[in-house]
Design a protein around this ligand. Structure first.
Ligand SMILES: Cc1cc2nc3c(=O)[nH]c(=O)nc-3n(C[C@H](O)[C@H](O)[C@H](O)COP(=O)(O)OP(=O)(O)OC[C@H]3O[C@@H](n4cnc5c(N)ncnc54)[C@H](O)[C@@H]3O)c2cc1C
Length: 472
């Protein structure tokens, strides 16, 4: 039994759970991560602005401030190690209220962040399409952008490569503690672990109830977005924010590392649901024009929504007082993506482990898409492997070889959206109209499963339920 006991079991495979998991494996702990979904990064970690915040916004002295600043410092080397796209594009907070900008400046200074106040002329030099109402801005040159789901996936993959285990589609049913050991049951499996971490995002209370740990008063705020076609250049070079309000950072305009623009999010209290709404999208159109001119929403190719999980004013990261050996990680709203690597460090400390990484850790392969390889390598690869001669996604130029590469990564998924997050297939203008069935077929062949067993995202989202009239 001893060798079946994990040092730590983590519930929740968002960016926070995966960052903790990755860190634990890197310091030589036996860690396991379970998630009810069919992939990692299916919660807030796939549906956010993808900004690595500089750290001028959180209140000095809070966990949000401390972890944001530490996290944003860890990002460049982390993304380099994992070959995850990351770009320091800088951010501007735009408005007509100098006092508010000065307050943000002071807060940035207190947090030790590089910030500058710009007048209209200086703003126009950086961003010529700013609305005429904007007279003053805070400039944060260290703000960056990242692919939040690629980061989460790479953290998970690297940990698996180094001995970590992830179990997906696991529904927790019970948790009992026998002596020092937790026995955690799901509908499919039984796990034994010395420590347990709840980082289930919006599912935090559901998991806390089973673990017997503290439940929290959580608030959910939905954020809706527009995604723009890559061929449409909004001509914004930085992440552009309006002045923040009590309910958030406001409707922003940002480039993505994939070459699209995002405009959003809204911030509206809800029950944790992720559909987009006419009202939400209309309000994005109204608000974005207040800071930036000439956005043509006819070039939007998709809308999506993510849900912020808020627990009071700050992140909650603590040892449970009710259950010894359990750690609560709750209310990780923005800047949770930025803070994730620093949250992992903090949790390691709370667990009482030394943060000393093992030597001889395996490096994650680069998983570079065919379109991003140099010409010579492309020619060689296409010569030796016919899968690189077949285009699966015409909008994004993704080959069958890329899809197979995604399916060969350490975390095995069988969902179309899982392939989409790993390759971008389906993220272009036609939104999967051309590649959907090709991706499904490749998953079927590679995983040796029936058409009906391929899912779009999670269990129950099967792409087909059977033949029509028994025909083939
Ligand atoms: C609209 C929006 C914009 C944002 N923009 C930014 C930004 O630009 N920069 C930034 O730093 N932060 C941003 N954030 C915050 C950031 O996205 C989150 O802080 C971060 O993704 C939270 O990660 P997580 O791992 O805690 O949660 P999640 O990603 O939600 O992961 C939780 C996981 O737990 C699993 N789970 C839930 N219940 C159970 C259960 N019962 N059993 C097993 N598993 C379970 C879920 O399946 C999920 O995989 C934004 C958030 C939103 C919503």
């Amino acid at each position: 039994m001893e060798n079946k006991i994990y040092d730590v079991l983590i519930v929740g495979g968002g960016v926070v759970g995966c960052a903790i998991f990755n860190k634990l494996i890197r310091i030589g702990k036996k860690a396991v991560l379970i998630d009810k979904a069919s992939d990692v990064a299916t919660g807030a970690s796939k549906a956010n602005s993808g900004i690595v915040h500089a750290g001028y916004d959180p209140l000095p002295g809070t966990l949000k401030a401390k972890l944001n600043i530490r996290g944003s410092k860890l990002f460049p080397s982390l993304c380099k190690r994992l070959n995850v796209p990351y770009k320091k594009c800088g951010a501007l907070v735009l408005g007509d209220n100098r006092e508010m900008v000065e307050n943000l400046y002071e807060r940035g200074k207190q947090n030790g962040v590089k910030v500058e106040i710009l007048n209209r002329e200086q703003i126009l030099e950086l961003e010529p399409h700013i609305n005429k109402s904007v007279t003053v801005a805070l400039f944060a040159p260290t703000s960056a952008i990242v692919s939040p789901y690629m980061l989460t996936i790479a953290l998970a993959d690297e940990a698996i490569l180094n001995g970590g285990k992830i179990f997906l589609e696991e529904d927790l049913t019970s948790c009992t503690k026998k002596g020092e050991i937790f026995e955690i049951k799901t509908k499919k499996s039984v796990f034994f672990a010395k420590k347990v971490i709840n980082c289930a995002g919006s599912g935090y209370n559901e998991v806390a109830k089973i673990l017997g740990t503290e439940r929290k008063k959580l608030e959910f705020r939905r954020g809706e977005y527009f995604v723009f076609d890559k061929n449409y250049n909004l001509n914004a070079r930085h992440t552009l924010f309006p002045l923040p309000t009590k309910i958030g950072k406001g409707v922003l305009i940002t480039p993505t590392v994939d070459g699209n623009y995002l405009v959003g999010p809204t911030s509206e209290e809800n029950r944790g649901t992720k559909e987009t709404t006419y009202q939400g999208l209309a309000s994005i159109k109204q608000k974005s024009v207040l800071i930036f001119d000439g956005i043509n929403f006819r070039h939007a190719i998709r809308e999506f929504a993510g849900v912020r999980v808020i627990c009071g004013e700050d992140f909650v990261i603590e040892r449970s007082k009710k259950v010894d050996g359990a750690i609560n990680v709750a209310g990780i709203c923005s800047p949770g993506l930025t803070s994730a690597p620093a949250i992992a460090e903090m949790v390691v400390e709370l667990l009482g482990f030394k943060d000393v990484e093992k030597k001889n850790l395996k490096t994650l392969p680069k998983y570079t898409l065919f379109k991003n390889l140099d010409k010579k390598t492309q020619i060689e690869l296409a010569k030796e492997d016919e899968n690189y001669r077949q285009i699966v996604c015409k909008c994004e130029n993704i080959t069958k070889g890329d899809v197979l590469m995604a399916l060969s990564r350490p975390l095995k998924v069988h969902s179309v959206d899982g392939v989409k997050r790993r390759t971008n297939a389906g993220m272009g203008r036609c939104q999967g109209g051309f590649c959907f069935t090709k991706v499904v077929k490749t998953i079927m062949e590679e995983r040796k499963i029936a058409y009906e067993d391929v899912i779009k995202e999670n269990r129950g989202s099967n792409v087909a339920i059977g033949d029509i009239r028994g025909g083939k």
